[in-house]
Structure formats: structure tokens, C-alpha cells
Design a protein around this ligand. Structure first.
Ligand code: UGA
Length: 449
């Protein structure tokens, strides 16, 4: 099928590339002309595992193209995937102006009927408003628009894997034929008919992908409810970690045993610095805002947000207690990205930790396998090292903020010889306290005594 993608951020890039790899013809556009130029020249604007190969293969097969001309992209596809940003406004609610702008362009430029697919994360009722807007902006023209909500559940860092191996595909529609056309788009994934970019041979046997057809409002709620629930789990584990510190428990033993109960599940119970990124923090706020606007008090979610914000305070308390005086100390920070396998630093706990250390007068030396370029603008005054060992040279403390495997596998004997003081504060519980003690380190982490 011919498909258009509007917005080449991480969701648009991955969606466009993977749909092309699955056999569709895809045209992508973005208002950022530098980004389109980079893509046309064969570049990839973000670091995302397997994306480069998928894009190269789709390009080679002539199935993906890029244009600055939004009208051209709109006219190209039978279905148009809207993947523009919905950043938070000051009150936490989602700013939907980019979606409204795209609706005006679609109404003005479309020459035939279109399936308009809302991929951006939006509050419930956006699809209904989008349909109303498309009708209003096309001023009685005879082109019909079907609006579909098709939330994405892609995790940054594993987005290509997630696209080809989803647990479920949700499509919110208001008529049966729109649901059928969406099923056609996802047919290669549902029938597992694609060349998997992740696995060398056949993909490991997996359970059948659920294709769920719901109402538009339900689909939008499914996205917010899922992200919020995962955030709740993380905050819950973090409170358990605090309790373990007070009551001499070990959070890993507790959450591991909890997770073995199939009703709970073991994922998203990792305690530490808390959640960041451009999804959870903003989605939670938008969901709280949406709930209060319809008179529902989402107290439990507000608590999860409060717990998460306090993680950075707790981490810095550990640093302050260990170092006694922070001013003038040289501190190595391992990790800038909000999680491993991405170069995304938006709402990254590491960035906030560094800002606060700098405010206290520390000299920060930071390292990250992918995010240094993006962090440079955000953190003037920090010295960056591509080599993590160089970051730890002469440091009075090393702080672990992101769970990169490169940091998991550091040679701590070597690090110990480089540092001015053998002190590690681990915000991601990456190492065994016993092993760190054996290496002669003073070692602090979350919820493990
Ligand atoms: C999240 C969801 O997992 C995706 O399903 C969703 O599609 C995406 O948001 C989105 O809305 O676009 P993402 O933000 O990429 O994906 O990252 P996650 O892997 O969910 O991690 C979020 C944060 O939680 C990270 O800062 C991570 O370090 C933290 N985390 C995660 C924990 O602190 N503990 C855990 O046990 C798991």
C-alpha cells in the first residue's frame, strides 16, 4: 500500500522505515528541512538499534522516499500516519497544535479520500476532534477522511524490535472498513511475512500478535493507561527500595519474587534513579491533567510522579553523605541518556543530576556511548569523554546514571587505579555490592543495604 508519514522524529522514523521494510511504499515528510536533507543523503538523525540497516534496505528496494513538500506526501499515501510531536504545555496538558496544523494541511492538499492515522501520543478524544477538524477545514468538499487511532508501544532503543514483534496492535476506529484497511497495513507483521532485521535466522517462536479493534477513544486511553501503569510499577519498586534500606531488605530479592507471580510480572520493577525520557514524564502529566479536566482525581498517578521526582534528591543525598563536601570535587558521571541504547537525553535523570552537582560547585566529567553530542548544548561547563575510563581519572566519586552494558562491563580494578578516591554511587543497581567491596570500593546503590 502507499503510505505517508508526517513527522520524522523517533516514532515517525521507525514507523516509516519498518512499514517500508514490511513491503509498503512509504513517503515521509517533516517541517525540519535539515532533517529531510540528512535523510535524503542517506543519514540517520537518531541513534536507534537496527534503524540504519532497515532504512538502507528500504532505500535499496526503492520503497522509502523523503520530501520537504508536505502536500506531495499527503497526496502520495492512501493512509497518512501523523507522527508529529505533542509536547507538554506549562500545565502538563499536551500541546496539540502540530496535529491541528497537519489536519489543516491534509484538508487543503488531499485530492482523494484518506485514512488518517493518529500515531502521536494524544489525550482521549483527540481523534474525535481531529475528525471534526478535518471536516471543518475541508469546507464541505467531497473528500472523505477516516480517522484511526493507532497508538505506538515502541520503546526507544528497541523500537525496531518492538515494531516487528509487538504484543498487540491496537486500532481505534469508528467504522469497520477503516479497521480492515489497518489490518491490511499490518498484515505482514500479523502473518510474520518480513525479513527480520533483528534476528539472523528465523525469529524465536512467539505467541500470536493480538490485533485489537476498539473505539477511537479507547485506543487513545489504552496508550496513556499502559504508559502510566508501567510508570506506577517503577515508582512502586522505588518505594520498596526505600523501605528495604530502612528495614534491611534487598529490593532485588523482593521484586524478583514479586515478579514471579504471573499476576504481577517481573518487568518494570527495577529500582534506581527513576524514569525519564520524553514519554513517561509527559504522558503521566497529560493523563493527570486530562483526568482532572473531567473531574476524576488520579491521586495514585500523582503519587507515582512525586516518588519519581524525589529519586534524584535521594540519589544526591547519597552522594552528599558519601562525599561530605561536593564543592570543588571532581565527579565522574557515567551515563547521560535517559536509558541505555539511545542517545536521547530528554528528561534524563542524569542531566538533572549533573546540573545540580554543577550548581553545588562540582567539576563534572561525563561519559556516554551515544549521547555526548546531544548533551553538549544542554550542559555547558561539563567535560565530556568518549572513554569512560578517562572520565573516572582523578575523580573523587563515580556516579552511574544509565545502565549501558559498556558500564556494566567496566574493569573496576583499572578504574580503582585511576580514581582519586574509590567511591561509586550507583543509580541503576548495576553491580554486585560484594564484588565492588572486593575491589576495595566504597559502594552505594538503591535498596540493597
Ligand atoms: C515507553 C514505553 O515503554 C513504550 O511502550 C512506549 O511506546 C513509549 O514509552 C512511548 O510512549 O513512546 P521508553 O520511554 O522508550 O518507552 O522507555 P522505557 O523502556 O519504558 O523506560 C522509561 C524509563 O523508565 C527509563 O528512564 C528507564 O530507565 C526507566 N525504568 C524502566 C526504570 O527506572 N525501571 C524499570 O524497571 C524500567
Amino acid at each position: 500500500m502507499r503510505l505517508s508519514v508526517i513527522g520524522c522524529g523517533y516514532v515517525g522514523l521507525v514507523t516509516g522505515a519498518c512499514l517500508a521494510e514490511a513491503g509498503h511504499e512509504v513517503m515521509c515528510t517533516d517541517i525540519d528541512s535539515a532533517r529531510i536533507a540528512q535523510l535524503k543523503a542517506g543519514g540517520v538523525p537518531i541513534y536507534e538499534e537496527h534503524l540504519e540497516e532497515v532504512l538502507a534496505s528500504a532505500r535499496k528496494g526503492g520503497r522509502i522516499s523523503y520530501t520537504n513538500d508536505t502536500g506531495e506526501a499527503i497526496r502520495f499515501g492512501e493512509a497518512i500516519f501523523i507522527c508529529v510531536g505533542t509536547p507538554p504545555r506549562e500545565d502538563g496538558s499536551a500541546d496539540l497544535s502540530a496535529i491541528d496544523h497537519v489536519a489543516q494541511q491534509i484538508a487543503a492538499q488531499a485530492e482523494g479520500s484518506k485514512l488518517v492515522v493518529e500515531k502521536s501520543t494524544v489525550p482521549a478524544r483527540t481523534g474525535v476532534e481531529l475528525r471534526r477538524a478535518l471536516t471543518a477545514y475541508s469546507r464541505g468538499g467531497n473528500i472523505s477522511f477516516d480517522v484511526v487511532s493507532n497508538p505506538e508501544f515502541l520503546r526507544e532503543g528497541t523500537a525496531v524490535f518492538d515494531f516487528f514483534h509487538p504484543d498487540r496492535i491496537v486500532v481505534g476506529v469508528d467504522n469497520e472498513s477503516a479497521g480492515e484497511r489497518m489490518r491490511e497495513i499490518y498484515q505482514p507483521i500479523l502473518e510474520h511475512k518480513f525479513r527480520c532485521p533483528v534476528h539472523q535466522g528465523p525469529c524465536p517462536a512467539e505467541s500470536k500478535v493480538e490485533f485489537l479493534v476498539t473505539t477511537i477513544n479507547s485506543a487513545e486511553l489504552i496508550k496513556h493507561a499502559s504508559n502510566s501503569f508501567l510508570a506506577l510499577k517503577i515508582s512502586y519498586a522505588n518505594v520498596i527500595a526505600d523501605l528495604c534500606e530502612k528495614l534491611d531488605g534487598n529490593v532485588e530479592q523482593v521484586t524478583h519474587a514479586m515478579g514471579l507471580d504471573a499476576r504481577i510480572g517481573g518487568q518494570f520493577l527495577k529500582a534506581g534513579l527513576g524514569f525519564g525520557g520524553f514519554c513517561f514524564p509527559k504522558d503521566i502529566q497529560a493523563f493527570i491533567q486530562l483526568s482532572s479536566s473531567v473531574g476524576v482525581d488520579f491521586e495514585i498517578l500523582k503519587a507515582a510522579e512525586r516518588v519519581n521526582k524525589a529519586r534524584i534528591d535521594r540519589f544526591l543525598q547519597k552522594v552528599n553523605k558519601a562525599l561530605w563536601v561536593v564543592r570543588g570535587k571532581r565527579i565522574a558521571v557515567l551515563g547521560l541518556a535517559f536509558k541505555a541504547n539511545t542517545d536521547d537525553i530528554r528528561f534524563s535523570p542524569a542531566i538533572e543530576v549533573i546540573r545540580r552537582l554543577m550548581d553545588e560547585g562540582a567539576q563534572v566529567h561525563a561519559s556516554d556511548p551515544e549521547a555526548i553530542e546531544k548533551a553538549k548544548n544542554a550542559l555547558p561547563g561539563v567535560t565530556f569523554h568518549t572513554d569512560p575510563y578517562e572520565a573516572t581519572r582523578d575523580a573523587h566519586a563515580a556516579l552511574v546514571c544509565t545502565e549501558w552494558s559498556a558500564f556494566k562491563n567496566l574493569d573496576w580494578e583499572r578504574v580503582g587505579k585511576l580514581m582519586a578516591r574509590k567511591l561509586v554511587v550507583d543509580g541503576r543497581n548495576l553491580y554486585s555490592p560484594k564484588k565492588m567491596a572486593d575491589f576495595g570500593f566504597e559502594y552505594y546503590s538503591f535498596g540493597r543495604g
